[in-house]
Design a protein around this ligand. Sequence first.
Ligand code: ADP
Length: 163
Amino acid sequence: MVRAIYPGSFDPVTLGHLDIIRRAAKNCDELIIGVLNNKTKSPLFSVDERVELLQSVTEDIPNVQIRSFGGLLVDFAKEQNANIIIRGLRAITDFEYELQMAQTNRILSNGVDTMFLVASNEYSYLSSTMVKEIASFGGSIDKFAPKVVCDRMYEKYRSYMRS
Ligand code: ADP
């Protein structure tokens, strides 16, 4: 049985992430999306909000589960009995960091391998950071994130403007 983990910040989940989730889910029995609870970063969405948004946008994919985690990814993978880590590769700029992470995690875990899915052309430029930046300036993000995410982002930035 192939049980894979797709880890990330997902702050927020974009159409690029969702594309990787759908393609990865087709190629494994169970896909666990690991939402990183990184205490040193200050995300726009809390970890609970990010989990909830991911649940909402993946509800039609039966073999996907969403969990949050802190600490080392390899420990989380072990706890979840996962044998594969999934990552998306957008451009050459992702490559160096991803290569280092994949090699380190393989050594730390005694053999959990990372598999890369190459970003689809239409999403290869897309990042959560860019989506947040556009929304913060009042731009439309409808082409970049699922509708439920866009609505929550607009709501969040509107409430910042009021306060
Ligand atoms: P980011 O903040 O860069 O969007 P995350 O930490 O949430 O990233 O990303 C989790 C994983 O999803 C990483 O492997 C990242 O390379 C991948 N990813 C992010 N955006 C895309 C995209 N548009 N297409 C394919 N993979 C992506």
